[in-house]
Design a protein around this ligand. Sequence first.
Ligand SMILES: NC(=O)c1ccc[n+]([C@@H]2O[C@H](COP(=O)([O-])OP(=O)(O)OC[C@H]3O[C@@H](n4cnc5c(N)ncnc54)[C@H](OP(=O)(O)O)[C@@H]3O)[C@@H](O)[C@H]2O)c1
Length: 278
Amino acid sequence: MTDRSEPVKLNDGQVMPRIGYGTYKVGDDEAQEAVEAALATGYRLVDTAEMYGNEVGVGRAVNGSGVPREEVFLTTKVWNDHHGADAARAALEASLERLGTDYLDLYLIHWPSPKQGLYVETFEALLKARDEGLIRSAGVSNFLPEHLEKVHEGTGVWPAVNQVELHPYFNQPALRAWQAERGIATESWGPLGQRTGSVLGEEAVTAAAAAHGRSPGQVVIRWHLQNGCIVIPKSSKASRIAENFDVFDFELTEGEMAAIDALESGERQGIDPGGSER
Ligand SMILES: NC(=O)c1ccc[n+]([C@@H]2O[C@H](COP(=O)([O-])OP(=O)(O)OC[C@H]3O[C@@H](n4cnc5c(N)ncnc54)[C@H](OP(=O)(O)O)[C@@H]3O)[C@@H](O)[C@H]2O)c1
């Protein structure tokens, strides 16, 4: 069986776990308990953002879990109202303070926000913070190839990671291949496609689940891993937090992968990063 549990080597030499715990819509009051449950389960990647409003709770869990800080890969993101060199630096310092840590494993620009036109300058601020040891890796989220190209032209660096909407209804094969050629790791957000609520009921998913004696959620997480993506499912329920991590002892067949690939609709459920909304 292919071992999909090994960490991903990023283009800057850091290593990142393949599966993590996502915390969007996990309130600050519930974040500590949820992240502690994830860490106790074995997750070593935790994904938050200043926009989620839960960095205090996430930090309490990371610092109080008993898992050594250096074993946890902690990601947060700079929000759209903190683009630009000085604002991004201030946002980073505020996130570090809320998280109760002196470094991040990965800091992401949450959206390119092209109407502001500041994402290259913002990425330069991340690289400076990396040189100073405040962050280990500099990455982005929701960037299209045109945004990544501009970052590369302006800084000479490809971001280590691009975290993008990716699930069976919008599986982004062209972007994944383009990023792989440039050494940019692809991280899937909204991996269970739960905004429409129907991915897990699709025949391609439920048939594979029945064949392997697994849940539909486990099948979809496995599909991400076998596609080479880093995946960060969110659940507020301890039983699902454990279920979503228990995906390393079965493998989908080529036929099962192809049937799930065929669910592609070509349509985003989230915002278009090239549009004017963000
Ligand atoms: N960069 C960005 O712009 C961006 C945008 C969105 C998300 N993200 C990140 O990506 C993470 C994941 O995305 P997401 O939270 O939007 O969506 P998701 O992980 O695809 O789906 C979460 C939903 O699925 C349910 N769920 C979880 N495990 C399940 C299972 N095994 N079976 C059935 N239902 C299950 C959860 O319900 P319960 O909680 O009730 O279990 C929740 O409603 C976020 O938490 C965040 O860290 C990033």
